[in-house]
Ligand binder design. Structure first.
Ligand code: NDP
Length: 455
């Protein structure tokens, strides 16, 4: 039986730990934010299950098992040499090989990769599949680079990364700035250096050479399924609902596609220069043509679409009223003011397609207003789940049909929703998916860590 004193003591210990983590990891605000968000919800489970309060367990969980930082030199088309920085943070392998994407974006630094790697531990645990948590990337900016420059960069990046990864060790995938093209170049260089056809070393591969059906679609499809599950819990459906989506990359495109398939009406998309609102609903074929085929900007979509769509340069996509919001671009893109606007405009559910797109103040505002809020750890876990299914197919040297993968994805997302919902209820936080996701992910990883000893 847990007493109020137990919970208070645990809270004091967690507060001290937060201070210590900030001290030991200076100038990493995103990492601090991700750690705080988890620690803030763990007090009830630590008080109820004394084995989890064992000294050192949470401390080990917050310290990556390994962090690799390396130089990535490459030549542009004019022969100029550039030097970028590469990262791979192997955070936790208690449940399986490190698993998590690679991000190529100029904002990348160690703190951002650590926040993403930390999130990934719990997300991967929630899938119920055997994958640990990791993340990597580079401060390389792929915007405006030719295919040849992207290839040379990827080859240089892999020339160091290959020593640290492997199908039983660490299995990267895509993230911001890393899609099918980049995974192809990275895989080619890995195969060339190692002289091994080791398909399971990277996921997000092309369909003809070891990739899984539905992997490109999986994150976006999954976050829509999660939003639908949250609405169902409240006796509503997605059909006929309007949706505000941010981003126009991999996650956003397939979020739009699934919303349309389920009878909802996605009104918006965005990129770092502004947003598009389309009164007729986003035309997903045009969006794919502009973004995936032509690698253009979201403003090009508005120009081509005609009278129903307009581009708002530099605007906040969250000003557009919608029943459901799916932030699918980047971290901290939806703040307290945006949340207040969405609530005023009657939003019912928010599902995070991106990682940590909602600031902590905005999350609290949604929760106080009674909006169903699905955190990224749960809502965007479909991508990594299908990556794990890709690894399973690679291991068996087989390829499942799109229908089979999509069915598995739907099951996994349904299970994650149920797990988060039931866990929140078990710890007296009914309807709080943040607490449910953090505690359920934590329990699975912590049990494995305790069983495997102090390592
Ligand atoms: P993409 O590179 O395909 O697309 C990213 C989109 O977000 C682009 O529209 C980009 O616009 C926009 N964006 C990126 N950075 C910023 C910024 N600083 N400010 C405003 N807009 C920005 O990436 P993904 O779609 O793969 O990833 C989107 C999010 O989803 C990320 O948070 C990622 O971590 C998360 N995620 C991705 C998964 C996957 O399977 N791909 C799995 C789980 C989570 P612009 O072109 O102008 O930069």
């Amino acid at each position: 039986m847990t007493t109020r004193d137990d919970t208070k003591t645990t809270k004091t210990r967690l507060d001290a730990l937060r201070v210590e983590i900030e001290r030991r990891n200076p100038a990493q605000p995103e990492f601090h934010q991700a750690v705080h968000e988890v620690l803030d919800t763990l007090a009830p489970v630590l008080a109820a299950r004394p084995e989890y309060a064992e000294p050192g367990l949470i401390e080990r969980l917050c310290e990556p098992e390994r962090q690799v930082i390396f130089r990535v030199p490459w030549q542009d088309d004019k022969g100029h040499v550039h030097v970028n920085r590469g990262f791979r943070v192997e955070f936790n392998s208690a449940l399986g090989p490190y698993k998590g994407g690679l991000r190529f974006h100029p904002s990348v630094n160690l703190g951002i990769i650590k926040f993403l790697g930390f999130e990934q531990i719990f997300k991967n645990a929630l899938t119920g599949l055997g994958i640990g948590g990791g993340k990597g990337g580079s401060d390389f900016d792929p915007h405006g680079r030719s295919d040849a420059e992207i290839m040379r960069f990827c080859q240089s990046f892999m020339t160091e990364l290959y020593r640290h990864i492997g199908e039983h060790t660490d299995v990267p995938a895509g993230d911001i700035g890393v899609g099918g093209r980049e995974i192809g170049y990275l895989f080619g260089q890995y195969r060339r250096i190692t002289n091994r056809w080791e398909a399971g070393v990277l996921t997000g591969k092309g369909a003809g050479w070891g990739g899984s059906a539905i992997r490109p679609e999986a994150t976006g499809y999954g976050s829509v399924l999660f939003a639908a599950a949250m609405l169902r819990e409240r006796g509503e459906g997605l059909e006929g609902q309007t949706a505000v989506v941010s981003g126009s990359g991999n996650v956003a495109i397939y979020t739009v596609e699934k919303l349309l398939a389920l009878g909802a009406n996605p009104l918006t998309c965005s990129d770092s220069s502004g947003y598009v609102v389309d009164d007729k609903g986003i035309d997903v074929d045009l969006l794919k043509q502009v973004k995936e085929v032509e690698r253009g900007r979201i403003s090009d979509y508005a120009e081509r679409r005609g009278a129903s769509a307009r581009f708002v340069p530099g605007g906040r996509v969250w000003d557009v009223p919608g029943d459901v919001a799916l932030p699918s671009a980047t971290q901290n893109e939806l703040d307290e003011n945006d949340a207040a606007t969405l609530v005023r405009n009657g939003v019912k559910a928010v599902a995070e397609g991106a990682n940590m797109p909602t600031t902590p103040e905005a999350v609290h505002l949604f929760q106080r207003a009674g909006v169903a809020f699905g955190p990224g750890k749960a809502a965007n876990a479909g991508g990594v789940a299908v990556s794990a299914l890709e690894m399973a197919q690679n291991h068996a040297r087989t390829a499942w049909s799109p229908a089979r993968v999509e069915e598995e994805l739907a099951h996994i997302m349904g299970d994650i929703h149920t797990t988060c919902h039931e866990t929140a209820e078990r710890y007296g936080a009914s309807g709080d998916y943040v607490t449910g996701a953090n505690i359920a992910g934590f329990e699975r990883v912590a049990d494995a860590m305790l069983a495997q000893g102090v390592i």
